[in-house]
Every structure is written in C-alpha cells, then in structure tokens.
Design a protein around this ligand. Structure first.
Ligand SMILES: Nc1ncnc2c1ncn2[C@@H]1O[C@H](COP(=O)(O)OP(=O)(O)OP(=O)(O)O)[C@@H](O)[C@H]1O
Length: 250
C-alpha cells in the first residue's frame, strides 16, 4: 500500500487552509502530523478520507484516486478515527462490530465476532464490552472509536489526536498497539499529534505543518530545536535518549 498526496489544496469559505501539500506514506509507516492549533491538521486528514472535498491536487491509494472509489472500497482502504466520537445508543461490542460493516454481506461471520473479541482484549476493553457507549468516560469512548477503526482492517489508518483523552498508561498502550498492528498487518498509520515526545515514540515519519504547507518532513532528525521554534514559536532543548529525540521546552 502506498498513499501519495500531491499538491493538495483546500479552503473553507473565506479561509485558505491547505496549500500545495505533498507527501507519501509507505507500507509500515507511522506518520505524525504536527503543527499548531488551527493550522489544518484535521482538515488534511479529512481531505485524505474524502470527508472534505479537496480543491486541487491528488490523493492516491496504490495509484487509485480516492475520489473515484466507492464508499465501501474507500472504507477497506482508509479507516478514520475522528477527534470527537459520536455513537448511537449501542453497546461497546456492537459499536466495534460496526467496523466490520464493509465486509459483512448478509450476516455477521464467526471471523467478524472473533476479530472484535480480540481487539477488545488487546485494548483491555472486555470489562465494559457490554455497557452502552453513551455511558463511558471520554477516554473509554476514544478507545471504542480506535477499536472500531482497527476492526475495519483498512490499509491506512488515520487518527485525529488518538490519545488526547487518554491517561499515560492508555496513551502508551494505544500507540504500542497501533505500532504492533501496523507491523503485523503491513499497513500504515497517520496521526495528528500535539505531544512531540509521544509523537517521537510513535512515528518513523513526521510532517511539520505551518501556514498551510509542509514546513519540514522526514524522520526523527527533523525534530530539531530550529524546526520546533519555527513551527511552534517555542524554544526547546532536543536531546537524544534511547535513540529517540526527547523534547524539553525551555
Ligand atoms: N467546518 C469548518 N468551517 C470553516 N472553517 C473551519 C472548519 N473547520 C475548521 N475550520 C478552520 O480551518 C482551520 C484549520 O482547522 P483544523 O481543525 O484543520 O486545524 P487543526 O490543525 O486540526 O487544529 P487543532 O490542533 O486545534 O485540532 C482553522 O482556522 C479552523 O478554524
């Protein structure tokens, strides 16, 4: 699988948000999209997933334009976990099972049920599997939407701030699980992130967005004090720890 974005642009009425965004994601990549509030990170994810219709440029999955795909085909290619998850009145189990929708023909198969059980187990969600989603905490709900996207078995997983409501243990668990799934299933994941240290732990590729454009892209070597200052306007000290950059605001 290969996701190629070329010259993508997008505007909301009276607000040009993305300009000439170009990057690619290969099988096995974990990509972190970084940048300040309101710079257009969520908008970019939504353009990849066709939730928003881009103005120009191209978004190709294995050479095929996402705009030309049927809804089901797109769902098998790209999964998306939004920032604010909304669920109808169902149990956690059924909400996760809904992720299997692109694959279910007439009835739910043994494979679908097993997969849901496995994901609930991997995410330590079994204890509340039969509770109504609407009664969960913010963090528990965030895990439900992540579990549902994993059940969808797409080739690219898009996450909008996947750990924003999670405590430290769950943050680590969720990013470790995403990494594991990316490796085992030979897929890729793209996540918008605010915590640079968590991003450094999660990703192998980074896109730093500023003023609607990709300011810098590449491996952990782009997380420099200069780039961070240019993008966030914050002075930091970047040290290497266990082969990973550790970013300390000054
Ligand atoms: N539905 C909308 N209609 C009009 N403008 C919007 C809409 N959604 C977002 N915007 C604007 O587009 C810009 C980019 O928003 P976006 O949500 O993509 O930013 P972001 O980088 O994800 O921000 P954050 O880190 O705060 O989540 C912002 O200026 C925002 O106010």
């Amino acid at each position: 699988m290969n996701l190629t974005v070329n010259g993508l642009s997008f505007h909301y009425p009276g607000n040009e948000v993305l300009k000439d965004v170009t990057f690619s994601v290969e099988k096995g990549d974990r990509v972190a999209i970084l940048g300040t509030n309101g710079v257009g990170k969520s908008t970019l994810l939504k353009c990849l997933n066709r939730i928003l219709k881009r103005d120009g440029g191209s978004v190709l999955v294995d050479g095929a334009d996402v705009n030309a795909m049927s809804r089901e085909r797109l769902a098998r290619k790209i999964g998306y976990v939004s920032q604010s998850c909304r669920f109808s009145e169902t149990t956690v189990y059924d909400a996760v099972l809904l992720g299997r929708k692109p694959y279910i023909k007439w009835e739910v198969s043994e494979k679908d049920l097993l997969m849901v059980q496995n994901i609930l187990k991997q995410l330590s969600m079994e204890a509340y599997a039969l509770r109504p989603v609407t009664e969960l905490s913010g963090g528990e709900m965030q895990k439900v939407s992540i579990a549902r996207a994993l059940a969808q078995e797409p080739q690219v997983l898009l996450f909008d701030e996947p750990t924003s409501s999670l405590d430290l243990k769950n943050q680590i668990e969720v990013i470790n699980l995403i990494q594991k799934i990316v490796k085992e299933k030979h897929i890729s994941a793209v996540a918008t992130m605010h915590d640079l240290n968590l991003a450094a732990r999660f990703a192998n590729k980074f896109l730093m967005v500023a003023d609607g454009r990709i300011y810098a892209s590449g491996g952990p070597e782009i997380l420099t004090e200069e780039n961070i200052h240019a993008v966030y306007g914050v002075r930091t000290s970047v040290e290497m720890r266990n082969g990973m950059p550790l970013i300390i605001p000054l």
